[in-house]
Design a protein around this ligand. Structure first.
Ligand SMILES: Cc1cc2nc3c(=O)[nH]c(=O)nc-3n(C[C@H](O)[C@H](O)[C@H](O)COP(=O)(O)O)c2cc1C
Length: 203
């Protein structure tokens, strides 16, 4: 699915009306299973649109404290090879290697990098914004008809992998967002008891 996305001019008034279709999709949002993601993934133009939407994440101070690394085709395969080597140094190499199936199956990986800026806005808020980017990317992918899954696994926390990816010392992986076509429909999972999580104060 490809659509010509609106790119609003700076200062342009934006829609305030609701969207029943969007509400419906939000109410049924579900991650795909990464090992069940197959080609086709988003092409270059579709990926550009997905990143355009993800980059509209709420961002205190308009710092844009995140960036993207797109891994596809030979580059993704080469990265997977590197991770297979890095897995040997993990406490449980078998488990670390098995986790790589989530990376190997999907055709496209977007690494969302949290890249906090030296600013008055607390780093925590900047990191939350990176998380919001990941969520928007999931939502946009689903709206475009793709399956998506936000994965961290061991390699998001490994400094040697961060170096392989070219991350600065201040940067961290917010998530690997895997994109492709779901080969099986995801099933509804358990949902929280909202009443137990919500306090409403009216007086
Ligand atoms: C920050 C973050 C990291 C995650 N990392 C992993 C992971 O490493 N492995 C995994 O199986 N699921 C991981 N998940 C969970 C899945 O992406 C997904 O959210 C979960 O399976 C629940 O499905 P749902 O998104 O459809 O509700 C992570 C989720 C978040 C928010």
């Amino acid at each position: 699915m490809s659509a010509k996305l609106p790119i609003p001019e700076l200062g342009a008034p934006l829609p305030t009306v609701g969207s029943a279709e969007m509400l419906d999709r939000l109410a049924t949002r579900r991650s795909a299973s990464a090992p069940l993601l197959a080609a086709p993934g988003p092409d270059a133009a579709q990926l550009q649109d997905l990143l355009l939407i993800a980059a509209r994440a709420p961002d205190h101070g308009k710092l844009f404290p995140w960036r993207f690394i797109v891994l596809r085709d030979a580059a993704k395969a080469a990265f997977a090879d590197t991770l297979r080597q890095r897995a040997e140094a993990q406490p449980d190499p078998d488990r670390a290697r098995t986790a790589l199936r989530k990376l190997e199956a999907p055709p496209v990986a977007v690494v969302v990098v949290s890249s906090p800026k030296a600013a008055a806005i607390p780093a925590w808020e900047q990191e939350l914004s990176a998380g919001a980017v990941c969520t928007l990317l999931l939502l946009a992918a689903q709206a475009m008809g793709f399956g998506a899954n936000w994965i961290t696994d061991w390699y998001s926390y490994d400094r040697t992998v961060a170096d392989d990816l070219g991350l600065a010392a201040t940067e961290r992986v917010a998530g690997f967002v895997y994109l492709g076509t779901s080969t099986e429909a995801p099933l509804e999972r358990v949902r929280p008891d909202l009443a137990a999580l919500t306090t409403v104060r009216e007086a």
